[in-house]
Ligand binder design. Structure first.
Ligand code: C2E
Ligand code: CA
Ligand code: CA
Length: 561
Protein backbone atom coordinates (compact mmCIF):
# COMPACT_ATOMS: atom_id res chain seq x y z
CA UNK A 1 0.00 0.00 0.00
CA UNK A 2 1.52 3.35 -0.95
CA UNK A 3 2.08 5.61 2.01
CA UNK A 4 1.70 9.21 0.99
CA UNK A 5 4.74 10.59 2.74
CA UNK A 6 7.11 8.31 0.85
CA UNK A 7 5.95 9.54 -2.52
CA UNK A 8 8.11 11.84 -4.57
CA UNK A 9 6.06 15.01 -4.22
CA UNK A 10 8.31 17.96 -3.28
CA UNK A 11 7.51 19.28 0.16
CA UNK A 12 7.49 22.98 1.07
CA UNK A 13 9.63 24.34 3.83
CA UNK A 14 9.30 27.85 5.21
CA UNK A 15 12.47 29.60 6.37
CA UNK A 16 11.85 32.52 8.75
CA UNK A 17 14.83 34.73 9.54
CA UNK A 18 15.30 38.51 9.52
CA UNK A 19 18.85 38.26 8.16
CA UNK A 20 18.85 37.96 4.37
CA UNK A 21 22.17 36.15 4.42
CA UNK A 22 20.81 33.43 6.69
CA UNK A 23 17.73 32.96 4.51
CA UNK A 24 19.98 32.61 1.47
CA UNK A 25 22.26 30.06 3.16
CA UNK A 26 19.34 27.87 4.22
CA UNK A 27 17.59 28.21 0.89
CA UNK A 28 20.81 27.08 -0.80
CA UNK A 29 21.03 24.03 1.44
CA UNK A 30 17.38 23.02 1.19
CA UNK A 31 16.25 23.85 -2.31
CA UNK A 32 17.68 20.75 -3.93
CA UNK A 33 15.19 18.66 -1.98
CA UNK A 34 12.41 21.08 -1.07
CA UNK A 35 10.31 23.95 -2.29
CA UNK A 36 11.61 26.76 -0.08
CA UNK A 37 9.49 29.73 1.00
CA UNK A 38 11.07 32.62 2.90
CA UNK A 39 9.84 35.25 5.36
CA UNK A 40 11.82 38.11 6.90
CA UNK A 41 9.76 38.59 10.07
CA UNK A 42 7.09 36.88 12.14
CA UNK A 43 4.18 38.85 10.79
CA UNK A 44 5.02 38.16 7.17
CA UNK A 45 5.61 34.51 8.12
CA UNK A 46 2.18 34.22 9.72
CA UNK A 47 0.53 35.30 6.48
CA UNK A 48 2.48 32.78 4.43
CA UNK A 49 1.75 30.01 6.95
CA UNK A 50 -1.99 30.67 6.95
CA UNK A 51 -2.07 30.67 3.18
CA UNK A 52 -0.06 27.44 2.89
CA UNK A 53 -1.13 25.65 6.07
CA UNK A 54 -2.22 22.54 4.20
CA UNK A 55 0.95 22.11 2.19
CA UNK A 56 3.71 23.25 4.54
CA UNK A 57 5.81 20.35 5.75
CA UNK A 58 8.24 22.20 7.98
CA UNK A 59 9.04 25.60 9.45
CA UNK A 60 12.57 26.70 10.30
CA UNK A 61 12.18 29.55 12.76
CA UNK A 62 14.68 32.17 13.90
CA UNK A 63 13.98 33.30 17.46
CA UNK A 64 15.09 36.90 17.47
CA UNK A 65 13.27 39.01 14.91
CA UNK A 66 11.60 42.40 14.77
CA UNK A 67 7.79 42.92 14.53
CA UNK A 68 6.83 39.48 15.88
CA UNK A 69 9.48 37.43 17.64
CA UNK A 70 10.04 33.75 16.97
CA UNK A 71 8.73 32.75 20.40
CA UNK A 72 5.57 34.80 19.96
CA UNK A 73 5.01 33.33 16.54
CA UNK A 74 5.55 29.80 17.88
CA UNK A 75 2.98 30.46 20.57
CA UNK A 76 0.42 31.64 18.03
CA UNK A 77 1.02 28.64 15.78
CA UNK A 78 0.69 26.09 18.56
CA UNK A 79 -2.54 27.63 19.86
CA UNK A 80 -4.21 27.53 16.47
CA UNK A 81 -5.78 24.15 15.60
CA UNK A 82 -5.11 24.73 11.92
CA UNK A 83 -1.38 25.26 12.33
CA UNK A 84 -0.47 23.41 15.51
CA UNK A 85 0.55 20.25 13.70
CA UNK A 86 3.06 21.85 11.34
CA UNK A 87 6.47 20.88 12.75
CA UNK A 88 8.76 23.77 13.76
CA UNK A 89 12.54 23.65 14.15
CA UNK A 90 13.87 26.60 16.10
CA UNK A 91 17.22 28.20 15.20
CA UNK A 92 19.15 30.35 17.65
CA UNK A 93 22.56 31.25 18.92
CA UNK A 94 21.13 31.23 22.43
CA UNK A 95 21.39 27.68 23.72
CA UNK A 96 19.35 28.59 26.79
CA UNK A 97 16.22 29.04 24.71
CA UNK A 98 16.36 25.44 23.50
CA UNK A 99 14.41 23.82 26.35
CA UNK A 100 11.90 26.64 26.48
CA UNK A 101 11.14 26.34 22.78
CA UNK A 102 10.85 22.55 22.94
CA UNK A 103 8.41 23.01 25.80
CA UNK A 104 6.40 25.40 23.67
CA UNK A 105 5.99 22.75 20.99
CA UNK A 106 9.02 23.12 18.74
CA UNK A 107 10.16 19.73 17.58
CA UNK A 108 13.90 20.29 17.28
CA UNK A 109 16.62 22.90 17.65
CA UNK A 110 19.41 23.97 15.25
CA UNK A 111 22.16 26.09 16.79
CA UNK A 112 23.62 29.14 15.16
CA UNK A 113 26.11 29.49 13.60
CA UNK A 114 24.80 26.75 11.36
CA UNK A 115 26.26 23.26 11.52
CA UNK A 116 27.26 21.42 8.34
CA UNK A 117 24.86 21.25 5.42
CA UNK A 118 24.36 17.49 5.88
CA UNK A 119 23.26 17.96 9.52
CA UNK A 120 20.65 20.53 8.60
CA UNK A 121 19.28 18.43 5.76
CA UNK A 122 19.16 15.31 7.90
CA UNK A 123 17.27 17.10 10.68
CA UNK A 124 14.76 18.57 8.26
CA UNK A 125 14.15 15.20 6.61
CA UNK A 126 13.79 13.33 9.88
CA UNK A 127 11.39 15.91 11.32
CA UNK A 128 9.16 15.79 8.25
CA UNK A 129 9.09 11.99 8.27
CA UNK A 130 8.26 11.81 11.95
CA UNK A 131 5.44 14.28 11.76
CA UNK A 132 3.91 12.61 8.72
CA UNK A 133 4.10 9.20 10.39
CA UNK A 134 2.45 10.65 13.44
CA UNK A 135 -0.38 12.05 11.31
CA UNK A 136 -1.01 8.67 9.76
CA UNK A 137 -1.08 6.99 13.15
CA UNK A 138 -3.50 9.60 14.46
CA UNK A 139 -5.75 8.92 11.52
CA UNK A 140 -5.79 5.15 11.93
CA UNK A 141 -6.16 5.08 15.67
CA UNK A 142 -9.05 7.51 15.77
CA UNK A 143 -12.64 7.26 14.73
CA UNK A 144 -12.96 10.06 12.16
CA UNK A 145 -16.42 11.14 13.33
CA UNK A 146 -15.79 11.59 17.04
CA UNK A 147 -12.01 11.58 17.30
CA UNK A 148 -12.25 8.77 19.88
CA UNK A 149 -9.98 5.72 19.69
CA UNK A 150 -11.04 2.90 17.46
CA UNK A 151 -11.39 -0.49 19.10
CA UNK A 152 -7.98 -1.93 18.32
CA UNK A 153 -6.05 1.01 19.69
CA UNK A 154 -8.43 1.42 22.56
CA UNK A 155 -7.84 -2.15 23.51
CA UNK A 156 -4.07 -1.89 23.43
CA UNK A 157 -4.14 1.33 25.45
CA UNK A 158 -6.28 -0.38 28.10
CA UNK A 159 -3.89 -3.34 28.24
CA UNK A 160 -0.93 -0.98 28.43
CA UNK A 161 -2.61 1.00 31.19
CA UNK A 162 -3.18 -2.11 33.27
CA UNK A 163 0.41 -3.17 32.77
CA UNK A 164 1.84 0.07 34.08
CA UNK A 165 -0.79 0.70 36.77
CA UNK A 166 -1.63 -2.72 38.16
CA UNK A 167 -2.78 -1.23 41.45
CA UNK A 168 -5.38 1.12 39.96
CA UNK A 169 -9.02 0.13 40.32
CA UNK A 170 -10.54 0.43 36.88
CA UNK A 171 -14.17 0.22 35.73
CA UNK A 172 -15.23 -0.89 32.26
CA UNK A 173 -18.25 1.06 30.99
CA UNK A 174 -20.32 0.13 27.97
CA UNK A 175 -22.69 2.85 26.76
CA UNK A 176 -25.21 2.22 24.03
CA UNK A 177 -27.73 4.52 22.39
CA UNK A 178 -31.26 3.18 22.73
CA UNK A 179 -32.91 2.54 19.37
CA UNK A 180 -30.17 4.27 17.44
CA UNK A 181 -31.25 2.66 14.16
CA UNK A 182 -34.62 4.31 14.58
CA UNK A 183 -33.03 7.72 15.19
CA UNK A 184 -31.02 7.19 12.04
CA UNK A 185 -34.09 6.28 10.01
CA UNK A 186 -36.37 8.98 11.32
CA UNK A 187 -34.11 11.98 11.61
CA UNK A 188 -31.45 11.18 9.04
CA UNK A 189 -27.81 10.34 9.01
CA UNK A 190 -26.39 13.76 9.72
CA UNK A 191 -28.64 14.26 12.73
CA UNK A 192 -27.61 10.85 14.04
CA UNK A 193 -23.94 11.71 13.48
CA UNK A 194 -24.46 14.93 15.41
CA UNK A 195 -25.92 12.90 18.29
CA UNK A 196 -22.86 10.64 18.32
CA UNK A 197 -20.57 13.66 18.39
CA UNK A 198 -22.54 15.16 21.28
CA UNK A 199 -22.28 11.93 23.22
CA UNK A 200 -18.56 11.67 22.62
CA UNK A 201 -18.05 15.28 23.69
CA UNK A 202 -19.97 14.76 26.91
CA UNK A 203 -18.08 11.54 27.61
CA UNK A 204 -14.78 13.35 27.13
CA UNK A 205 -15.95 15.97 29.59
CA UNK A 206 -17.28 13.52 32.18
CA UNK A 207 -14.31 11.21 31.95
CA UNK A 208 -11.36 13.51 31.64
CA UNK A 209 -8.20 11.45 31.31
CA UNK A 210 -10.01 8.13 30.74
CA UNK A 211 -9.53 5.92 27.67
CA UNK A 212 -12.59 6.23 25.43
CA UNK A 213 -13.64 4.52 22.23
CA UNK A 214 -16.58 4.32 19.86
CA UNK A 215 -17.55 0.96 18.45
CA UNK A 216 -20.10 -0.52 16.10
CA UNK A 217 -21.69 2.79 15.40
CA UNK A 218 -23.60 3.53 18.56
CA UNK A 219 -21.60 2.00 21.40
CA UNK A 220 -19.06 3.83 23.53
CA UNK A 221 -16.48 2.22 25.78
CA UNK A 222 -14.87 4.01 28.68
CA UNK A 223 -12.03 2.65 30.79
CA UNK A 224 -11.83 4.83 33.88
CA UNK A 225 -10.96 4.86 37.56
CA UNK A 226 -13.55 3.19 39.76
CA UNK A 227 -16.55 5.22 40.88
CA UNK A 228 -19.20 4.04 43.29
CA UNK A 229 -22.07 5.30 41.21
CA UNK A 230 -22.77 6.43 37.68
CA UNK A 231 -26.24 7.87 38.27
CA UNK A 232 -24.99 11.44 38.24
CA UNK A 233 -22.91 10.89 35.11
CA UNK A 234 -25.95 9.52 33.30
CA UNK A 235 -28.03 12.51 34.39
CA UNK A 236 -25.36 14.94 33.23
CA UNK A 237 -25.04 13.28 29.85
CA UNK A 238 -28.81 13.10 29.42
CA UNK A 239 -29.06 16.83 30.09
CA UNK A 240 -26.66 17.36 27.22
CA UNK A 241 -28.65 15.29 24.71
CA UNK A 242 -31.93 15.90 22.85
CA UNK A 243 -35.00 14.46 24.61
CA UNK A 244 -35.54 11.73 22.09
CA UNK A 245 -32.08 10.29 22.62
CA UNK A 246 -31.32 8.11 25.61
CA UNK A 247 -28.41 5.96 26.68
CA UNK A 248 -28.09 2.79 28.66
CA UNK A 249 -24.99 1.80 30.54
CA UNK A 250 -23.46 -1.51 31.56
CA UNK A 251 -20.77 -1.38 34.22
CA UNK A 252 -18.24 -4.01 35.07
CA UNK A 253 -16.48 -2.82 38.19
CA UNK A 254 -13.22 -3.94 39.52
CA UNK A 255 -14.50 -6.68 41.78
CA UNK A 256 -12.60 -9.29 39.80
CA UNK A 257 -9.02 -8.14 39.79
CA UNK A 258 -7.64 -10.79 37.49
CA UNK A 259 -10.05 -10.13 34.63
CA UNK A 260 -8.37 -8.45 31.67
CA UNK A 261 -9.93 -5.31 30.26
CA UNK A 262 -11.40 -6.94 27.14
CA UNK A 263 -13.26 -9.48 29.29
CA UNK A 264 -14.47 -6.70 31.56
CA UNK A 265 -15.98 -4.98 28.54
CA UNK A 266 -17.70 -8.22 27.48
CA UNK A 267 -19.33 -8.29 30.89
CA UNK A 268 -20.24 -4.62 30.82
CA UNK A 269 -21.96 -5.21 27.49
CA UNK A 270 -23.73 -8.27 28.89
CA UNK A 271 -25.03 -6.16 31.76
CA UNK A 272 -26.17 -3.39 29.40
CA UNK A 273 -28.12 -5.93 27.35
CA UNK A 274 -30.14 -6.78 30.43
CA UNK A 275 -31.71 -3.32 30.46
CA UNK A 276 -32.30 -3.36 26.72
CA UNK A 277 -36.09 -3.19 26.97
CA UNK A 278 -36.33 -1.69 30.39
CA UNK A 279 -37.35 1.92 30.15
CA UNK A 280 -37.04 2.59 33.87
CA UNK A 281 -33.54 1.32 34.40
CA UNK A 282 -30.67 2.83 32.51
CA UNK A 283 -27.72 1.37 34.35
CA UNK A 284 -26.91 -2.28 34.96
CA UNK A 285 -23.99 -3.48 37.01
CA UNK A 286 -22.36 -6.77 36.24
CA UNK A 287 -22.38 -8.23 39.72
CA UNK A 288 -21.14 -11.27 41.53
CA UNK A 289 -24.52 -12.97 41.05
CA UNK A 290 -24.16 -12.73 37.29
CA UNK A 291 -20.64 -13.99 37.61
CA UNK A 292 -21.84 -16.99 39.64
CA UNK A 293 -24.42 -17.77 36.95
CA UNK A 294 -21.80 -17.54 34.28
CA UNK A 295 -19.49 -19.86 36.20
CA UNK A 296 -22.38 -22.27 36.73
CA UNK A 297 -23.18 -22.25 33.00
CA UNK A 298 -19.51 -22.83 32.20
CA UNK A 299 -19.41 -25.70 34.69
CA UNK A 300 -22.41 -27.34 33.03
CA UNK A 301 -20.80 -27.05 29.61
CA UNK A 302 -17.60 -28.60 30.91
CA UNK A 303 -19.48 -31.40 32.65
CA UNK A 304 -21.58 -32.27 29.62
CA UNK A 305 -19.41 -35.01 28.11
CA UNK A 306 -18.85 -36.77 31.41
CA UNK A 307 -22.54 -36.48 32.18
CA UNK A 308 -23.42 -38.15 28.91
CA UNK A 309 -20.85 -40.91 29.42
CA UNK A 310 -22.01 -41.58 32.97
CA UNK A 311 -25.71 -41.74 32.11
CA UNK A 312 -26.53 -38.66 34.15
CA UNK A 313 -29.05 -37.61 31.53
CA UNK A 314 -32.42 -39.27 32.02
CA UNK A 315 -35.33 -39.31 29.64
CA UNK A 316 -38.70 -38.79 31.28
CA UNK A 317 -42.10 -39.16 29.69
CA UNK A 318 -45.24 -37.09 29.94
CA UNK A 319 -48.42 -38.75 28.66
CA UNK A 320 -50.70 -37.07 26.13
CA UNK A 321 -54.37 -37.92 26.01
CA UNK A 322 -56.84 -37.83 23.19
CA UNK A 323 -60.00 -36.14 24.50
CA UNK A 324 -62.26 -36.36 21.49
CA UNK A 325 -64.16 -39.40 22.84
CA UNK A 326 -66.13 -39.83 26.06
CA UNK A 327 -63.08 -40.77 28.08
CA UNK A 328 -59.51 -39.51 27.66
CA UNK A 329 -57.31 -42.09 25.94
CA UNK A 330 -53.51 -42.30 26.23
CA UNK A 331 -52.32 -41.58 22.71
CA UNK A 332 -48.62 -40.79 23.01
CA UNK A 333 -45.98 -39.33 25.31
CA UNK A 334 -43.45 -36.54 25.10
CA UNK A 335 -39.85 -37.43 25.94
CA UNK A 336 -38.31 -34.74 28.13
CA UNK A 337 -34.72 -34.80 29.26
CA UNK A 338 -33.51 -34.30 32.84
CA UNK A 339 -29.96 -34.00 34.09
CA UNK A 340 -29.26 -35.89 37.28
CA UNK A 341 -25.99 -34.11 37.91
CA UNK A 342 -23.52 -35.82 40.27
CA UNK A 343 -23.07 -32.63 42.31
CA UNK A 344 -26.06 -30.41 41.58
CA UNK A 345 -28.78 -33.04 41.66
CA UNK A 346 -31.72 -32.87 39.24
CA UNK A 347 -31.39 -29.95 36.82
CA UNK A 348 -34.31 -28.88 34.69
CA UNK A 349 -33.92 -28.62 30.92
CA UNK A 350 -35.07 -25.01 31.17
CA UNK A 351 -31.61 -24.35 32.63
CA UNK A 352 -29.29 -26.31 30.35
CA UNK A 353 -31.14 -26.58 27.02
CA UNK A 354 -30.82 -22.87 26.14
CA UNK A 355 -27.14 -23.08 27.05
CA UNK A 356 -26.53 -26.12 24.87
CA UNK A 357 -28.48 -24.55 22.04
CA UNK A 358 -26.06 -21.65 22.15
CA UNK A 359 -22.94 -23.72 21.76
CA UNK A 360 -24.17 -26.64 19.69
CA UNK A 361 -23.97 -29.37 22.35
CA UNK A 362 -27.72 -29.76 21.94
CA UNK A 363 -27.25 -31.91 18.83
CA UNK A 364 -25.34 -34.54 20.75
CA UNK A 365 -27.83 -34.45 23.59
CA UNK A 366 -30.86 -34.69 21.30
CA UNK A 367 -29.43 -37.68 19.50
CA UNK A 368 -28.90 -39.32 22.87
CA UNK A 369 -32.49 -38.59 23.94
CA UNK A 370 -33.93 -39.88 20.66
CA UNK A 371 -31.89 -43.07 20.93
CA UNK A 372 -32.83 -43.63 24.54
CA UNK A 373 -36.53 -43.12 23.79
CA UNK A 374 -36.41 -45.41 20.76
CA UNK A 375 -34.69 -48.19 22.71
CA UNK A 376 -37.23 -47.84 25.51
CA UNK A 377 -40.09 -48.12 23.04
CA UNK A 378 -38.53 -51.24 21.61
CA UNK A 379 -38.28 -52.71 25.09
CA UNK A 380 -41.92 -51.85 25.92
CA UNK A 381 -43.04 -53.40 22.69
CA UNK A 382 -41.17 -56.61 23.36
CA UNK A 383 -41.85 -56.89 27.08
CA UNK A 384 -45.28 -55.29 27.50
CA UNK A 385 -46.54 -55.98 24.00
CA UNK A 386 -47.73 -52.44 23.62
CA UNK A 387 -46.64 -49.55 21.49
CA UNK A 388 -47.41 -45.91 22.17
CA UNK A 389 -45.81 -43.27 19.95
CA UNK A 390 -43.32 -41.00 21.67
CA UNK A 391 -42.59 -37.47 20.58
CA UNK A 392 -39.08 -36.08 20.87
CA UNK A 393 -37.97 -32.47 20.72
CA UNK A 394 -35.96 -31.48 17.67
CA UNK A 395 -33.97 -28.36 18.21
CA UNK A 396 -33.49 -25.66 15.59
CA UNK A 397 -29.80 -26.57 15.27
CA UNK A 398 -30.63 -30.22 14.53
CA UNK A 399 -32.47 -29.08 11.42
CA UNK A 400 -29.24 -27.71 9.95
CA UNK A 401 -27.40 -30.97 10.56
CA UNK A 402 -26.84 -32.66 7.17
CA UNK A 403 -26.96 -36.05 8.93
CA UNK A 404 -30.35 -35.48 10.54
CA UNK A 405 -32.40 -37.60 8.15
CA UNK A 406 -29.91 -40.42 8.16
CA UNK A 407 -29.57 -40.37 11.95
CA UNK A 408 -33.31 -40.60 12.46
CA UNK A 409 -33.77 -43.34 9.86
CA UNK A 410 -30.92 -45.41 11.33
CA UNK A 411 -32.32 -44.97 14.78
CA UNK A 412 -35.81 -46.28 14.08
CA UNK A 413 -34.47 -49.11 11.96
CA UNK A 414 -32.21 -50.27 14.77
CA UNK A 415 -35.09 -50.11 17.25
CA UNK A 416 -37.48 -51.86 14.88
CA UNK A 417 -39.90 -48.93 14.94
CA UNK A 418 -41.90 -47.43 12.14
CA UNK A 419 -41.46 -43.73 11.42
CA UNK A 420 -44.96 -42.87 12.68
CA UNK A 421 -44.03 -44.10 16.13
CA UNK A 422 -41.44 -41.40 16.67
CA UNK A 423 -43.16 -38.02 16.54
CA UNK A 424 -40.96 -34.99 16.01
CA UNK A 425 -41.69 -31.76 17.89
CA UNK A 426 -40.23 -28.74 16.15
CA UNK A 427 -40.67 -25.37 17.76
CA UNK A 428 -42.48 -22.78 15.67
CA UNK A 429 -39.63 -20.26 15.87
CA UNK A 430 -37.31 -22.72 14.09
CA UNK A 431 -39.37 -22.15 10.96
CA UNK A 432 -39.07 -18.40 10.98
CA UNK A 433 -35.43 -18.09 9.96
CA UNK A 434 -34.30 -19.69 6.75
CA UNK A 435 -37.88 -20.83 6.26
CA UNK A 436 -37.32 -22.42 2.85
CA UNK A 437 -34.39 -24.50 3.95
CA UNK A 438 -36.19 -25.76 7.04
CA UNK A 439 -39.39 -26.51 5.15
CA UNK A 440 -37.44 -28.62 2.66
CA UNK A 441 -35.82 -30.59 5.46
CA UNK A 442 -39.15 -31.19 7.18
CA UNK A 443 -40.77 -32.29 3.93
CA UNK A 444 -38.02 -34.84 3.50
CA UNK A 445 -38.70 -36.22 6.97
CA UNK A 446 -42.41 -36.44 6.33
CA UNK A 447 -41.80 -38.33 3.10
CA UNK A 448 -40.11 -41.00 5.20
CA UNK A 449 -43.23 -41.23 7.34
CA UNK A 450 -42.25 -39.13 10.36
CA UNK A 451 -45.07 -37.07 11.84
CA UNK A 452 -44.32 -33.47 12.75
CA UNK A 453 -45.83 -31.55 15.66
CA UNK A 454 -45.28 -27.83 15.63
CA UNK A 455 -44.27 -26.97 19.20
CA UNK A 456 -45.03 -23.76 21.10
CA UNK A 457 -47.40 -22.52 18.42
CA UNK A 458 -48.23 -18.85 18.80
CA UNK A 459 -44.83 -17.77 20.06
CA UNK A 460 -42.87 -17.81 16.81
CA UNK A 461 -44.35 -14.93 14.82
CA UNK A 462 -44.85 -16.94 11.67
CA UNK A 463 -47.22 -15.27 9.28
CA UNK A 464 -50.48 -16.90 8.31
CA UNK A 465 -49.18 -17.18 4.80
CA UNK A 466 -46.18 -19.12 6.04
CA UNK A 467 -48.18 -21.33 8.36
CA UNK A 468 -50.30 -22.46 5.42
CA UNK A 469 -47.18 -23.70 3.63
CA UNK A 470 -45.82 -25.64 6.57
CA UNK A 471 -45.60 -29.39 6.29
CA UNK A 472 -46.96 -30.41 9.69
CA UNK A 473 -49.30 -32.97 11.21
CA UNK A 474 -50.22 -31.35 14.52
CA UNK A 475 -50.04 -28.02 16.27
CA UNK A 476 -49.14 -27.72 19.93
CA UNK A 477 -50.82 -24.70 21.44
CA UNK A 478 -48.26 -23.02 23.64
CA UNK A 479 -49.07 -23.39 27.30
CA UNK A 480 -49.04 -19.65 27.75
CA UNK A 481 -52.33 -19.42 25.85
CA UNK A 482 -53.89 -22.11 27.99
CA UNK A 483 -52.79 -20.35 31.16
CA UNK A 484 -53.81 -16.86 30.01
CA UNK A 485 -57.17 -18.00 28.66
CA UNK A 486 -58.34 -19.14 32.04
CA UNK A 487 -56.85 -16.33 34.03
CA UNK A 488 -58.61 -13.58 32.15
CA UNK A 489 -62.31 -14.32 32.61
CA UNK A 490 -62.32 -17.34 30.36
CA UNK A 491 -61.12 -15.44 27.32
CA UNK A 492 -60.43 -18.33 25.00
CA UNK A 493 -60.31 -16.38 21.74
CA UNK A 494 -56.64 -17.07 21.01
CA UNK A 495 -57.17 -20.79 21.47
CA UNK A 496 -60.23 -20.68 19.24
CA UNK A 497 -58.24 -18.96 16.51
CA UNK A 498 -55.45 -21.51 16.71
CA UNK A 499 -57.91 -24.40 16.57
CA UNK A 500 -59.55 -22.75 13.54
CA UNK A 501 -56.18 -22.47 11.77
CA UNK A 502 -55.41 -26.11 12.56
CA UNK A 503 -58.80 -27.19 11.20
CA UNK A 504 -58.22 -25.17 8.08
CA UNK A 505 -54.85 -26.87 7.62
CA UNK A 506 -56.39 -30.25 8.45
CA UNK A 507 -54.02 -30.95 11.35
CA UNK A 508 -54.62 -32.03 14.97
CA UNK A 509 -54.34 -29.67 17.94
CA UNK A 510 -52.48 -30.54 21.11
CA UNK A 511 -52.83 -28.30 24.17
CA UNK A 512 -49.97 -28.38 26.65
CA UNK A 513 -49.86 -27.14 30.23
CA UNK A 514 -53.37 -28.32 31.09
CA UNK A 515 -53.45 -28.25 34.86
CA UNK A 516 -57.11 -28.52 35.90
CA UNK A 517 -60.53 -29.79 34.96
CA UNK A 518 -61.88 -26.37 33.99
CA UNK A 519 -59.19 -26.07 31.35
CA UNK A 520 -59.70 -29.63 30.18
CA UNK A 521 -63.47 -29.21 29.81
CA UNK A 522 -63.16 -25.90 28.00
CA UNK A 523 -60.56 -27.27 25.57
CA UNK A 524 -62.74 -30.28 24.87
CA UNK A 525 -65.66 -27.96 24.23
CA UNK A 526 -63.57 -25.91 21.80
CA UNK A 527 -62.65 -29.00 19.83
CA UNK A 528 -59.05 -29.53 20.89
CA UNK A 529 -57.93 -33.08 20.09
CA UNK A 530 -55.12 -33.91 22.48
CA UNK A 531 -54.02 -32.54 25.86
CA UNK A 532 -50.89 -32.85 27.92
CA UNK A 533 -50.32 -31.43 31.38
CA UNK A 534 -50.09 -31.79 35.13
CA UNK A 535 -53.83 -32.46 35.32
CA UNK A 536 -53.11 -35.96 33.99
CA UNK A 537 -49.48 -36.30 34.93
CA UNK A 538 -46.19 -34.49 35.29
CA UNK A 539 -43.33 -35.94 33.26
CA UNK A 540 -42.29 -39.18 35.00
CA UNK A 541 -39.38 -41.57 34.62
CA UNK A 542 -39.62 -44.60 32.36
CA UNK A 543 -40.56 -47.01 35.16
CA UNK A 544 -43.42 -44.86 36.31
CA UNK A 545 -44.59 -44.28 32.80
CA UNK A 546 -45.03 -48.03 32.42
CA UNK A 547 -48.06 -47.72 34.71
CA UNK A 548 -49.82 -45.67 32.04
CA UNK A 549 -48.96 -48.32 29.48
CA UNK A 550 -50.26 -51.09 31.70
CA UNK A 551 -53.52 -49.22 32.31
CA UNK A 552 -53.93 -48.75 28.62
CA UNK A 553 -53.31 -52.44 28.02
CA UNK A 554 -55.95 -53.32 30.56
CA UNK A 555 -58.52 -51.05 28.94
CA UNK A 556 -57.66 -52.49 25.53
CA UNK A 557 -58.19 -56.00 26.90
CA UNK A 558 -61.50 -54.96 28.44
CA UNK A 559 -62.59 -53.58 25.10
CA UNK A 560 -61.78 -56.86 23.44
CA UNK A 561 -63.79 -58.82 25.99
P1 C2E B 1 -41.57 -27.96 25.84
O1 C2E B 1 -41.15 -28.81 24.69
O2 C2E B 1 -42.60 -26.90 25.55
O3 C2E B 1 -42.04 -28.96 26.94
C1 C2E B 1 -43.11 -28.74 27.79
C2 C2E B 1 -42.66 -28.29 29.12
O4 C2E B 1 -43.80 -27.95 29.90
C3 C2E B 1 -41.91 -29.33 29.93
O5 C2E B 1 -40.97 -28.66 30.74
C4 C2E B 1 -42.99 -29.90 30.81
O6 C2E B 1 -42.51 -30.48 31.98
C5 C2E B 1 -43.80 -28.66 31.11
N1 C2E B 1 -45.18 -28.96 31.46
C6 C2E B 1 -45.93 -29.99 31.05
N2 C2E B 1 -47.16 -29.91 31.55
C7 C2E B 1 -47.21 -28.79 32.31
C8 C2E B 1 -48.25 -28.16 33.09
O7 C2E B 1 -49.37 -28.63 33.19
N3 C2E B 1 -47.93 -27.02 33.71
C9 C2E B 1 -46.67 -26.48 33.61
N4 C2E B 1 -46.42 -25.33 34.25
N5 C2E B 1 -45.68 -27.03 32.88
C10 C2E B 1 -45.96 -28.18 32.23
P2 C2E B 1 -39.51 -29.18 30.86
O8 C2E B 1 -39.48 -30.67 30.90
O9 C2E B 1 -38.88 -28.41 31.95
O10 C2E B 1 -38.88 -28.75 29.48
C11 C2E B 1 -38.70 -27.42 29.18
C12 C2E B 1 -38.29 -27.25 27.75
O11 C2E B 1 -37.01 -27.81 27.53
C13 C2E B 1 -39.18 -27.98 26.76
O12 C2E B 1 -40.32 -27.24 26.50
C14 C2E B 1 -38.27 -28.12 25.58
O13 C2E B 1 -38.27 -26.91 24.83
C15 C2E B 1 -36.93 -28.29 26.21
N6 C2E B 1 -36.57 -29.71 26.21
C16 C2E B 1 -36.86 -30.66 27.12
N7 C2E B 1 -36.31 -31.83 26.75
C17 C2E B 1 -35.68 -31.61 25.58
C18 C2E B 1 -34.90 -32.42 24.68
O14 C2E B 1 -34.68 -33.62 24.86
N8 C2E B 1 -34.38 -31.82 23.56
C19 C2E B 1 -34.60 -30.50 23.30
N9 C2E B 1 -34.08 -29.99 22.21
N10 C2E B 1 -35.32 -29.72 24.12
C20 C2E B 1 -35.84 -30.26 25.24
CA1 CA C 1 -41.94 -30.06 23.22
CA1 CA D 1 -43.97 -26.65 24.02
Amino acid sequence: MPINHRDDKRRSVLVIDDELINREILKGILQEDYEVLCAGNGKEALEIIRENRNTLSLILLDLIMPVLSGKDLLKILKEDNETKDIPVIVMSGDQNSEVECLDMGAIDFIPKPYPLKGVILARARRTILLSEDRAIIEETERDPLTGLYNYQFFNSYCVQYDQYHPEDEMDALFFNVNRFAMINDRYGRSYADEVLIQISESLKKEFDGAIISRQEGDSFLVYCHHRDSYEKVMEDIAAFLPDKVSLRLGVCSDFMKDLDSARKFDRARQAANLVWHNMNTRIAYYDSKMYEEELFAQQLIEDFDDGLRNDEFEVWYQPKFNITGDLPVLTSAEALVRWNHHEQGMISPGVFIPLFEENGLIQKLDLYVWNTAARKMKEWKERLKISVPVSVNVSRLDLYDPNLVKNLSDLIREAGLSAEELLLEITESAYTEEADQIIEKVKELRKLGFLIEMDDFGTGYSTLNMVSRLPIDAMKIDMRFVRDAFQKKGDTRMIEIIIDIARYLGVLTVAEGVENKTQLDALKELGCDVVQGYYFSKPVNADEFEKFLEEKMESLCEEQL
